[in-house]
Design a binder for this molecule. Sequence first.
Ligand SMILES: NC(=O)c1ccc[n+]([C@@H]2O[C@H](COP(=O)([O-])OP(=O)(O)OC[C@H]3O[C@@H](n4cnc5c(N)ncnc54)[C@H](OP(=O)(O)O)[C@@H]3O)[C@@H](O)[C@H]2O)c1
Length: 274
Amino acid sequence: MANDLAGKRIAFLGAGKMGGIILQALLKSGMLSAELTSATVAHEERAKVLAAKLNVKVGTNNVEASKNADVIVIAVKPQVVEDVVREIGGYLKENQLIVSVAASVPTLMIENGLPPTIPVVRAMPNTPCSIGAGMTAICKGKHATADHVALTAHIFNVVGRTVVVDEKHMDAVTALSASGPAYIYIILESLAEAGVKVGLPRDVATLLAAQTTLGAAKVVLETGDHPALLKDAVTTPAGCTIDAIMELEEGKLRVTLIKAVVKAAQRAKELAFG
Ligand SMILES: NC(=O)c1ccc[n+]([C@@H]2O[C@H](COP(=O)([O-])OP(=O)(O)OC[C@H]3O[C@@H](n4cnc5c(N)ncnc54)[C@H](OP(=O)(O)O)[C@@H]3O)[C@@H](O)[C@H]2O)c1
């Protein structure tokens, strides 16, 4: 399987929030051709709306959408994956690639519903994929080759960064980077609220909070320096940052974030099973 999507048919089964984000971003990038792309949802009405919006074929028949596709992206809720796999399994051939973005669903569970040797890759993206700033972790099932992983990375590189991990890490990834935007939005909202508390107009406070979050993240990514070292550079002896840090420590920000990710990782282990 060549490492690009030129001329390939792709089907998105479940074009909801995440499926829709990836689908739209790939169409916008020109990586997918609208004629070779199809998608499904559960409700006819939504299919019509989406087809008109994206100008691609959208229906409710998963078999129809997937049987001639080269790449089939499964983006339904974790609890629905098994049903969808059972539905399409009998129509698939081994030259097709399944990419599942469902949290919690092991590649083995998908492979078990398919004819032997169909390759399955799992990808765990996040919502910033919608603006090309996503983070997607990828792992392979037992029949997927390095080429399948490369093709999947090629797809998700269009909407941000990718990293290849062992499947045993996927629930941790789900808890950190897939759920992560929600944690950061709470932090951002709180910082903006803090700006308002110390007298800034709300729009200025939100801009300061968001650009500061972006800037700090970029420094970590671009320098590779340990965040603690970067924090020390901001913390002048007897200055104001150390007073703020004392409040954060007293409020247990650090341990609260750690516990939040641990909880989400535990939940991620259960999702596919009800
Ligand atoms: N949201 C995130 O941040 C995120 C991040 C990483 C991974 N994911 C994964 O992405 C998957 C989808 O999550 P989501 O947040 O995008 O949920 P969502 O917005 O509820 O999307 C699910 C979509 O699946 C469709 N659907 C339901 N049953 C179907 C069926 N039998 N056949 C075809 N389509 C069907 C729904 O159709 P209707 O619209 O007609 O109801 C809906 O469009 C989940 O497995 C989740 O773990 C999500």
